[in-house]
Design a protein around this ligand. Structure first.
Ligand code: NAD
Length: 477
């Protein structure tokens, strides 16, 4: 068997692994990156990027449909599914190619194949040309996660889709049932609703988008209703059967049986870490009860030469978290004094309206012992939002009442996923509400809403009436 030796080997080329490999090479380490499928992982190939290409196209369809209201007269849009899929594929191809060039340009050797640990300092990589042994002083495992399959809904790629098939846009079914009202279900379900499918969501818990600010959830649900989608909460999907040409999903809603006829089913009930089949446990890496690998603040596992990052190292399952962790692990391997130390880990959900949050929610801030003040600004009062005909939603800020330190921001509305970046920077820099309120924001722009929300928290909003804060109901009790 051929043996090659590197300073460091990264396993998995998603946004965690490919970034770790680049950083290792930048720091002078002879690095290999092992990938069994395509560079870019879930994010580039069938997650973040292709879904956003579809979401942007679906938004365009809606803008065209609503154009007459703004005096732009166009024919009703029609969808060429093959062309839209080809566009999405071209976006993916461009970015995957870019990752390849970056790895090459930084001197990273990409090895195609499946890796398996045979010791704390060696893996075997099995590819089309056979199996090779690869030795290194350090390994970064970044193998990600995969969709959870639930009983009664085996993924068959035809009738029952996972996110992977749904993102590939095989067709736009007339009726789609989405099992799981989480991020993936709602993002992709919204795309299909905008492209013309009648979508029904089944969410087991009492609220879709668990953990998200309830007021934002209400606006997302309103958006779904406007697109003729139906949401059942407290709904457990039990199974499905074929009846004539239709599929019939059996569910239990608040204990009562419900049958839903549809043409395709998308199941998005969470992701499971890819920690099995890699030989990790066999070489002594500790794996927790949910399958996530246990790591320290530098992403080192219980085996000192092996690091684990990204989805494999635990929630939140976010590409940008994986990338940051990849940088930290790479720098730790290069001997730098680094550790996980971020203040702000933003999250963005590409529903309609979009929802994005960073830092503490009001509830979390109080649970952490803060007496809070909040400020809110509605996009309905913002010139730019009205001018672009997307004035739904709000920016809400939470601060510490005594010090006025900014603690958290939730944005629900147009471009929330972009707007949250300024809030993340503010939190990371330890900004006070006044810092944002006193920062001049260009007019007319959407970020003005963040400035106004901070002013509102201080009772100094200009484009909203400043009402004295009402005592909280729980404070009265
Ligand atoms: P999720 O955990 O966000 O949501 C799954 C939902 O399915 C939950 O609300 C759960 O209660 C529900 N559920 C579970 N079993 C069910 C059943 N039998 N019947 C009905 N409902 C059921 O998971 P996801 O949407 O699959 O996403 C996976 C991961 O990927 C998440 O961690 C998410 O944060 C991440 N992700 C993030 C983004 C983003 O940041 N924009 C986009 C996509 C995915």
């Amino acid at each position: 068997m051929v043996t090659s030796t590197f300073d460091a080997v990264v396993i998995g080329a998603g946004p965690g692994g490919y970034v770790a490999a680049i950083r290792l090479a930048q720091l002078g380490k002879r690095t290999a990156l092992v990938e069994k499928e395509s560079l870019g992982g879930v994010c580039l190939n069938w997650g973040c990027i292709p879904s956003k290409a579809l979401i942007a196209a679906a938004n365009l369809v809606e803008d065209v449909r609503g154009a007459a209201g703004r005096g732009v007269l166009v024919e009703a849009p029609r969808i060429d599914v093959d062309k839209l899929r080809a566009y999405k594929d071209s976006v993916v191809k461009k970015l995957v190619g870019g990752v390849g060039q970056l790895e090459k340009g930084n001197g990273v050797e990409v090895l195609k194949g499946t890796a398996r640990f045979v010791g704390p300092g060696a893996i075997e990589v099995t590819g089309s040309a056979g199996t090779a042994r690869v030795e290194a002083g350090a390994f970064v495992v970044a193998t990600g996660a995969r969709p959870i399959e639930i009983p009664g809904f085996a993924f068959d790629g035809k009738d029952v889709w996972s996110a992977r098939e749904a993102v590939d846009l095989p067709e736009v079914p007339k009726r789609l049932v989405v099992v799981g009202g989480g991020v993936i279900g709602l993002e992709l379900g919204t795309v299909y609703a905008k492209l013309g499918a009648r979508v029904t969501f089944l969410e087991a818990l009492p609220q879709i988008l668990g953990g998200v600010e309830p007021e934002a959830v209400r606006l997302v649900q309103k958006g779904l209703r406007q697109r003729e989608a139906t949401v059942h909460v407290g709904a457990k999907a039990r199974g499905w059967e074929r009846r004539g040409a239709a599929l019939v999903v059996r569910a239990e809603v608040d204990g009562k049986p419900l049958e839903l006829e549809c043409d395709r089913i998308l199941v998005a009930v969470g992701m499971r870490p890819n920690s099995e089949g890699l030989g990790l446990a066999e070489v002594g890496v500790k794996i927790g009860s949910k399958g996530f690998v246990e790591v320290d603040g530098q992403y080192r596992t219980s085996v000192p030469s092996i690091f684990a990052i990204g989805d494999l190292a635990g929630p939140p399952l976010l590409a940008h978290k994986a990338s940051r962790e990849g940088e930290i692990a790479a720098e730790a391997i290069a001997g730098r004094k680094v550790a996980r130390d971020w203040v702000a880990m933003p999250a963005a959900i590409f529903t309609d309206p979009e929802v994005a949050a960073v830092g503490l929610s009001e509830e979390q801030a109080r649970a952490a012992g803060h007496e809070t003040i909040t400020g809110k600004f509605a996009f309905a009062a913002l010139g730019r939002a009205i001018a672009i005909d997307h004035a739904e939603g709000f920016v809400k800020v939470v601060g510490d009442k005594a010090t006025k330190l900014l603690l958290g921001v939730t944005i629900c509305g147009p471009e929330a996923s972009d707007l949250i970046a300024e809030a993340a920077l503010a939190l990371e820099m330890g900004a006070y509400l006044e810092d944002v309120a006193l920062t001049v924001h260009a007019h007319p722009t959407l970020p003005e809403a963040f400035m106004e929300a901070c002013k509102a928290a201080l009772g100094e909003a200009i484009h909203a009436l400043n009402r004295p804060e009402r005592p909280r109901r729980d404070a009265q009790a």
